[in-house]
Design a binder for this molecule. Structure first.
Ligand code: ZN
Ligand code: ZN
Length: 278
């Protein structure tokens, strides 16, 4: 499995000189399974450059798109994903139960409602909602993907990929609370994952005034990774105001925290355009 980050930022895109290292695009990951099948997670603004790459390679696009939830930062790139304007494209959508509604509503819904010049019905691509993950697991070429409900306003889904003996867990827009009974469910879901990519939008000093906003601080994300015996944790959904220098400091702080607990947990922060191989 190969994982490429096309967008790592939370809430809103933040281009500029302070976000060159970790990136300014919002959530989008490309997961290449060993079979060659491509699974894209979320259609934040990071999906735009991914679409441009598909077009420049002149290859037909046949992908799964898993949507965690339909807050703007997770679907706003979809109208800019050039393959949707080609009849050779096929997209199988799964994930959050309102995924298709969210993708559809990012276009013009009635003639001239002003949101976007084109209606969803006018797209040339074949886009289907396969709706497996809210009822059970999704199997793609032997890789088993299952889901867990997120603690997030209006809900959402996190995903776990199991390919052979390798496990990747992706949980963003998830508010961990070690005192809540859901915490043990997340521990079970992440158990012995090779890679856990988790929301760590906040620092511990910020979390008390953002309770109920649906995001975690890095301390609780580390607690989860340690309790679940994860091998590598990747901090994700960086706050829009966080500069590259802030993310570097947070990453070092987290690595020190793990070392103090005598843990071998590897910790890094998700960087746009970077690749992890599992
Ligand atoms: Zn988000
Ligand atoms: Zn959200």
């Amino acid at each position: 499995m190969r994982i490429k980050f096309w967008g790592t930022r939370g809430s809103t895109p933040v281009p500029g000189k302070d976000t060159i290292i970790y990136g300014g695009n919002t959530t989008c990951l490309e997961v290449d399974l060993n079979s060659g099948r491509k699974v894209i997670i979320d259609a934040g603004t990071g999906i735009r450059p991914l679409g441009s790459e598909f077009v420049s390679r002149r290859e037909d696009v046949d992908i799964h798109l898993l949507v965690t939830h339909i807050h703007w930062d997770h679907i706003f790139g979809f109208p800019f994903f050039l393959p949707i304007y080609r009849s050779s494209t096929r997209i199988l959508v799964d994930g959050y139960d309102l995924s298709m509604k969210g993708l559809r509503y990012s276009f013009d819904n009635k003639m001239g409602d002003g949101l976007w010049p084109i209606r969803f019905e006018e797209l040339k691509a074949d886009i289907q909602f396969i709706d497996k993950l809210t009822h059970g697991c999704l199997e793609i070429d032997g890789t088993i993907i299952d889901s867990i409900r997120l603690r997030h306003p209006q809900g959402g889904l996190g995903f776990r990929f199991r390919e052979g003996d390798k496990t990747l867990v992706f949980l963003t827009d998830n508010e961990l609370d070690v005192k809540d009974k859901s915490f043990s469910d997340y521990i079970a879901f992440c158990q012995e994952a090779d890679i856990l990519i988790h929301d760590s939008q906040y620092i511990p000093e910020e979390i008390s005034r953002h309770r109920g906003w649906g995001h975690s601080d890095y301390q609780s994300a580390i607690d989860l990774a340690l309790k679940a015996h994860v091998k590598k944790m990747v901090l994700f959904h960086h706050a829009p105001e966080r500069k590259d220098s802030d993310v570097v400091k947070i990453t070092i702080l987290c690595q020190d925290l793990a070392k103090k607990k005598d843990s071998n947990l590897e910790i890094e922060s998700a960087k746009e355009d970077s690749v992890l191989v599992l």
